[in-house]
Design a protein around this ligand. Structure first.
Ligand SMILES: Nc1ncnc2c1ncn2[C@@H]1O[C@H](COP(=O)(O)OP(=O)(O)OP(=O)(O)O)[C@@H](O)[C@H]1O
Length: 602
């Protein structure tokens, strides 16, 4: 393909912007925004316009701001969206590479000074703080999040009846096995804000369930006549449903009197909590002038919450509402910009240490998965390959170049069982089968991607059953909802199974309240879910998980991605990929540029 045919190349760009675009570093949108705003502000320094384009690009790739020291090497910003071009690819010829090296700034301090003296800064398009370059909106959001969190930490702590607390702690967290969680709950009762982090199975939900009981007792002890208003929320519908389910399971381990406090709790998405209404001109009902009425807000899967959503949540939270942010700081960060959970864990640790509670002990019996997850999280590549090679009841490794023959049996058997339950009209059974195995891929495209494997399992299924391949709503089709639809009550990330085929097809969607039937014809944004991306699997779990890694090194393949994939498994995980790709993943840590950490520590 020539440059003239390539829609990713901006024709009228000049200088370093044009070269960076040709080299695949800048997308057309980055170039357009940078040129437009520079022209409005009368900016003539091309290095400043380049910094603006790179700041736009940084947000697109998940950072909040741009660190010019990192941007100094023009080979640094290789493409990560699966696009084929980049400075090292064949299409970037030597001439482009040389032009890039000639035009690219070489002194980060001089570059920063140029930005600081620029009209783009004076006109408020760009902001500079901590030596980092921000687009104004993201700077405002980061400042807002840090200010609210700092002021919450500086408030007088809530009044606590220590005697009641101690009795409750001793009753709910019995013995040495609960020491870590007891300390976390003790600290959480004494704070307005708590950040509770821990890996899979470290007892976060068990702690939350018991914390809710303790806070209920404190509420009554302080003489309130109305019940405490509690909100349980998560970023996706699936995660909210899982939270509700886990709280119900945790309640079953408590005495009837304690469990009764958890009885009528419902969990919802953050969008719903904030009163999101896409048809209203205000869009969000709760904000700084109309705060949420809750006395206690618990947010699960906080690592999936982007900066913009966190800013909205905090703005709408009363200073005297307790806020408990729960998650695993080592998982993939949010799809949208920010690394809020990881920043909170580190930043709050410096500012108000007791606000951050870490749970480190895994209580799941399959410690092999826990050991593998820890080795990945800590970047111990040798240990990761040793554990995989050792295998065991809970961990398998498939290093084949062509894993199709090996995986066919399990994937087809799972698809046939789904079909069987769906044909029998057993919605609960079908959803249970759906949760028994999950194939997750790092990529969407290519021979190790979601599209290919969805198609492959459909073909195997068609071969085995004689059902036609062309029927999109076939009985037993596993589906994934890819967009929130408030009218239908389905959320991005919800999953379900199609029952009754053709025009009468009904999808049974798994929710916290059990299967919800929806006419399949009304569901517009869905995908087949024999396979799903690791990103989309965040916030959900399955009994067995198979992780398909790409054959070659890919910028998508990171430590956080592998950790997130492995920690989706409850009983068994199979990694499909070469030693080289496994090592490459463990060694590639995502670095999102943000200033939230420094801001909280200030
Ligand atoms: N202190 C403990 N001693 C023994 N078992 C525990 C303890 N705490 C939790 N468990 C059990 O360990 C399992 C995992 O606990 P829990 O669901 O609370 O962890 P989690 O961190 O929320 O897990 P997830 O990764 O699924 O979010 C549950 O079966 C729970 O009953």
């Amino acid at each position: 393909m020539t440059i003239d045919d390539d829609v990713r190349v901006v024709r009228h760009a000049e200088g370093v912007l044009a070269i960076a675009n040709q080299a695949g570093i800048l997308e057309p949108a980055d170039v357009h925004v940078a040129r437009e705003l520079s022209s409005i502000a009368g900016e003539s320094d091309s290095s400043v316009t380049l910094a603006l384009a790179l700041a736009v690009r940084a947000v697109r790739r998940g950072s909040i701001c741009l660190d010019l020291h990192e941007a100094l090497d023009p080979r640094w910003p290789t493409s990560d969206e699966g696009a084929s071009r980049g400075p090292d690819s064949d299409e970037t010829d030597d001439e482009t590479q040389q032009d890039l090296l000639d035009l690219w700034p070489t002194d980060a301090d001089a570059w920063l000074r140029a930005v600081q003296a620029s009209t783009l800064l004076r006109s408020g398009v760009l902001r500079v703080e901590f030596g980092l370059i921000y687009l104004d909106r993201y700077h405002r959001e980061e400042v807002r999040v840090a200010d609210i969190l700092r002021s919450r930490a500086a408030q007088d702590p809530p009044v606590v009846d220590s005697a009641i607390l101690q009795t409750g702690l001793a009753r709910l967290f019995v013995g040495e096995a609960y020491a870590e969680q007891r300390a976390a709950a003790d600290s959480a009762v004494r704070q307005w804000t708590t950040v509770l982090t821990g890996g899979p199975g470290t007892g976060k939900t068990s702690t939350i369930a018991r914390l809710l009981v303790l806070l209920g007792e404190q509420w009554e002890a302080s003489g309130h006549t109305r019940p405490m208003r509690i909100a349980l929320a998560a970023p996706t519908g699936k995660a909210a449903a899982r939270l509700k389910e886990s709280i119900t399971q945790a309640a079953a381990q408590l005495s009837p009197a304690d469990a009764a406090r958890l009885q009528d709790l419902d969990a919802m998405t953050l969008h719903r909590l904030l009163g999101w209404n896409s048809r209203s001109s205000n869009k969000i009902r709760f904000n700084e002038t109309n705060r949420m009425p809750h006395d206690l807000i618990v947010v699960d899967e906080t690592s999936m919450v982007a900066l913009t959503m966190m800013a909205r949540l905090l703005r709408a939270t009363r200073a005297t509402s307790r806020l408990v942010l729960v998650g695993d700081a080592d998982q993939l960060a949010s799809v949208d910009a920010g690394a809020v959970m990881a920043d909170l864990v580190d930043g709050y640790q410096q500012l108000a240490p007791s606000t951050v509670c870490r749970l480190a002990t895994s209580h799941r019996f399959d410690s092999e998965i826990g050991a593998l997850a820890s080795a990945i999280r800590e970047g111990r590549a040798d240990d990761v390959t040793d554990l995989l090679r050792l295998g065991g009841a809970a961990v398998s490794w498939l290093e084949d170049d062509d894993p199709r023959p090996e995986l066919r049996g399990q994937l087809l058997e799972h698809a046939l069982r789904l079909r069987d339950r769906a044909t029998a009209g057993d919605a609960e059974g079908a959803l249970t089968v759906l949760g028994e195995h999950r194939l997750v891929c790092a990529q969407r495209t290519g021979p190790r991607g979601v599209r290919y494997w969805n198609r492959l399992v459909d073909e195997w299924l068609s071969e085995a059953t004689g059902d036609p391949l062309w029927e999109p709503m076939y009985v037993g089709r596993p589906i994934l909802v890819t967009r929130n639809d408030y009218a239908l009550g389905v959320h991005n990330g919800d999953s379900g199974v199609v029952m009754g085929g053709g025009s009468r097809a009904v999808a049974q969607i798994g929710t916290a309240a059990g299967p919800v039937p929806i006419a399949a014809s009304r569901l517009s944004d869905i995908e087949t879910m024999h396979a799903m991306t690791i990103h989309k699997s965040q916030g959900s779990e399955a009994v067995e998980v198979t992780v398909l890694l790409p054959q070659e090194e890919s910028p998508l393949l990171t430590r956080e991605l592998l950790y997130t994939a492995v920690t989706r498994a409850q009983r068994h995980v199979t990694i499909v990929g070469s030693e080289e790709t496994v090592r490459a993943a463990v060694n590639a840590q995502i670095r999102r540029a943000t200033g939230l950490r420094q801001r909280l520590e200030k």
